[in-house]
Design a protein around this ligand. Sequence first.
Ligand SMILES: Nc1ncnc2c1ncn2[C@@H]1O[C@H](COP(=O)(O)OP(=O)(O)OP(=O)(O)O)[C@@H](O)[C@H]1O
Length: 246
Amino acid sequence: MRIEISDLTVKRGGRLTLDHASLSLEPGELIGLIGPNGAGKTTLMRAMLGLIPASGLSSLAALPPAKRALIAAWLPQEREAAWPISVENLIRLGRIPHRRPDADAAHIEAALSRMGLQSLRHRAVTELSGGERARTLIARALAQDTPVLMADEPIAGLDPAYQIATMQLFRDLADEGRTVIASLHDLGLAARHCTRLVLMDQGRIVADGKPVDVLTPDNLAHTFGIEGHFAQTKEGPVFQPLRVLS
Ligand SMILES: Nc1ncnc2c1ncn2[C@@H]1O[C@H](COP(=O)(O)OP(=O)(O)OP(=O)(O)O)[C@@H](O)[C@H]1O
């Protein structure tokens, strides 16, 4: 599903933390939202979903909440587990918007299996490692089975195999025709798996395009203050941050 935002703006503490952002997200895209700490990535996604007050337009935020929950799954950055619900039951919460208990089991099984959680299904989420909890929360978002998936730093804290597997899974979801947007700090994985990168700095979108066109020496220097190496290889695009510029 296509999502459009136009002039989306958030003001907090007298400062524009999101400054007139306009974007159109298309089905089939895996969009990596990148930028330094405090650039406004979380703010952009939360405003897009209607979770925080914003001026401007967001086609998602304009929907009634019940409809929105059928269209967009949201994976927030916070991963605390408040009470000892089992892995399986936490994933089941993703099915609430559908009100179709008959179809729930298949979606829950698929999500458990896609995130490698079958052996942990009866474990309390309060007794998981950080990475296992992260995978459980991704599974809950998958069980929601929406055309749009929005994720805030979904691979932070995962081991390399699960980082790659999760990025590949997101790419598969995009290839199936879903719209996927994820904020990422790992520019190497962003370059390798994303079809498009949106670079933010100080509340603004400063670049938007293919990884090769966004991870340019100028953009890296001006936003991150780093130098990196980008190469097109037989394996696909490879990016390695090299050094901090003084
Ligand atoms: N509740 C708030 N009140 C005031 N300022 C806030 C609030 N929440 C966030 N900010 C500020 O808004 C700016 C953007 O924050 P945001 O969390 O969107 O950045 P981010 O790009 O997701 O950063 P990170 O990579 O560190 O997670 C930051 O300067 C932050 O300090």
